[in-house]
Design a binder for this molecule. Structure first.
Ligand SMILES: [Zn+2]
Length: 274
């Protein structure tokens, strides 16, 4: 049976997108609980949350999202192969009319399209419209797939010389291990202490790397980090259920979490059980 991981976005100190009293982290947890209830009950796939897979308490969640990705990746490498990760998020925009469900994928557009069609179709069959105003509901996040590579590239860009790059490249594994050990890591500091010998960096380089790496560990990269340290890339889909910034989407999300969870569950079956 395929191992499917459900990963609710954000959490801990990071509420995700916020609109009035509505918080993305809380809403996607609610949807994820209901989704897990369905998946457990029906027993068609082996489903775990990112939290319970790594021995964390989802209800007492102070576990940073970027940390989850790293631990999931380690788990998949060393304990059991994760086949699919489905991350649940809400979108946000400064344009109030932006709306609708979006699916991001790391490698398989076909999976993303099947998932999208099934989820949207299921919702429509019970009178819920989350199509919104999206023309292109599928988003590829391709170059984000491999943390090591993007890290190396960032470092190479910043360091400017092949020798300096090779010196740093040797230390990336140590860096990744340190990163996975620490709960709330101060990444710029960890880079300085782990990757850079005193002789190497100047302030400008560190500044660049800091910026890139913050970006690289930000939300858009969340799902992709998992794939990063695995040779066999895990298939990851990230669903942005709707826009917290759009009143119509938000109404559906807050009033119909069970229906949304049901639809996402059907989408998961469509992809995993084909
Ligand atoms: Zn999010």
């Amino acid at each position: 049976m395929h191992l499917v991981v459900v990963d609710p976005g954000h959490g801990g100190k990071d509420p995700g997108a916020v609109r009035g009293k509505a918080k993305e982290a809380a809403l996607v947890r609610l949807i994820s609980f209901k989704l897990m209830d369905k998946l457990y009950r029906e027993g068609k796939v082996k489903a775990r949350t990112s939290f319970d897979l790594c021995g964390k308490d989802i209800l007492n969640d102070t576990w940073p999202a970027k940390q989850r990705r790293i631990e999931l990746s380690e788990h998949s490498k060393k304990v059991e192969q994760i086949d699919y990760i489905f991350s649940i998020h809400l979108n946000s925009s400064t344009i109030p009319s932006d709306s609708g469900l979006i699916v991001c994928y790391n490698k398989n557009r076909n999976d993303a399209e099947m998932f999208y069609q099934k989820v949207i179709g299921h919702l429509e069959s019970i009178g819920i419209d989350l199509r919104g105003n999206r023309k292109l509901p599928l988003v590829k996040r391709p170059d984000l797939a491999i943390l090591k590579a993007s890290l190396s590239r960032i470092l190479m860009d910043g360091l400017g010389s092949q020798n300096a790059f090779e010196e740093v490249a040797k230390k990336i594994d140590t860096f990744m291990k340190e990163l996975s050990k620490k709960a709330d890591t101060d990444i710029p500091n960890l880079i300085k202490s782990t990757l850079f010998p005193a002789s190497l960096p100047n302030a400008q380089i560190l500044y660049d790397i800091e910026n890139h790496l913050n970006l690289a560990l930000g939300e858009s990269y969340e799902t992709m980090l998992v794939s990063g340290s695995n040779k066999k890339q895990i298939s990851a889909l990230l669903v942005e259920v709707g826009f917290i910034s759009n009143p119509t989407d938000l109404k559906v999300i807050t009033e119909k979490p069970t229906a949304i969870a049901e639809a996402i569950g059907e989408g998961i079956y469509k992809v995993v059980l084909r």
